[in-house]
Design a protein around this ligand. Structure first.
Ligand SMILES: C[S@@+](CC[C@H](N)C(=O)[O-])C[C@H]1O[C@@H](n2cnc3c(N)ncnc32)[C@H](O)[C@@H]1O
Length: 230
């Protein structure tokens, strides 16, 4: 069981001050969706307590959030009970899709929580089984070129330190009430993500880098496209 499945961390994360994620990460994802009329059915894989829900639910006709954490799913169901979004476990997804796959899957801050290369490979394979051919897998994560920068609500890793695939990154987040909490993420270079994606039938389609005036962007969104069934 990963740390993210624990109750305390799920609750902390639901109180996190996600102002930067909204401004630069979630908005960039929404802009991409608005520019692609074919996107109608979206899976938020690793939805946590549903931070993306208020932004995606109004612009996509059908959306499901899935997470392996019981606490995250319970919180998401409670917080977003009027959103029309279904929150469930990945193993239960077949009950809700009527065998019609998603055209887009989104994972926000999920790859960085995976501890092993096998688990990175496994999530791409999992997504391949849920998404249509030529559908998208959008992954939002920290900008690896901005490691160690104190962005205010969060800081990931130490400036000047060299990280390699699989290395631990100490991340600190601050809640809306100013309470800090720290945990370990894992460094996966873009090259490694692309290699895992390609093994699972995807190609890198676009890198969406939000523009932040006078600053390095805190996040990057890699959009993968499914080229083949496994
Ligand atoms: C850092 S949280 C991010 C939550 C949410 N996406 C957000 O941006 O607020 C990572 C979440 O991914 C979930 N997770 C990790 N591996 C997963 C997998 N293979 N399938 C579904 N959820 C997963 C964890 O349980 C956790 O809730």
């Amino acid at each position: 069981m990963s740390k993210w499945e624990e109750k305390e961390l799920s609750e902390f994360f639901s109180q996190y001050n996600d102002i930067l994620e909204i401004k630069y990460g979630f908005t960039t994802i929404c802009d991409f969706i608005k520019q692609h009329n074919s996107i109608k059915k979206v899976l938020d894989l690793g939805c946590g307590s549903g931070a993306l829900t208020p932004f995606l639910a109004p612009i996509v006709p059908q959306m499901i959030g899935a997470d392996i954490s019981k606490y995250a799913i319970e919180l998401a169901r409670e917080i977003h009970k009027d959103s029309g979004v279904i929150f469930t476990y990945p193993t239960e997804l077949h009950h809700y899709t009527n065998d019609i796959p998603f055209d887009t899957v989104i994972s926000a801050f999920v790859l960085c929580t995976l501890k092993t290369e096998d688990s990175v490979r496994a999530i791409f394979r999992q997504v391949n089984s849920h998404v249509i051919k030529h559908g998208y897998y959008m992954t939002l994560d920290f900008n690896l070129d901005a490691i160690g920068i104190d962005f205010g609500p969060f800081k990931t890793g130490e400036a000047g330190k060299t990280y390699r695939d699989g290395n631990t990154l100490l991340t600190t987040l601050w809640t809306k009430t100013g309470k800090p909490f720290s945990f370990h993420d894992t460094y996966w270079s873009l090259e490694k993500r692309i290699a895992c994606a390609e093994e699972a039938g995807f190609s890198l389609y676009q890198k969406l880098i939000p523009h932040v005036p006078n600053f390095k962007p805190p996040f990057i969104i890699s959009v993968f496209k499914k080229e083949e069934e496994l």
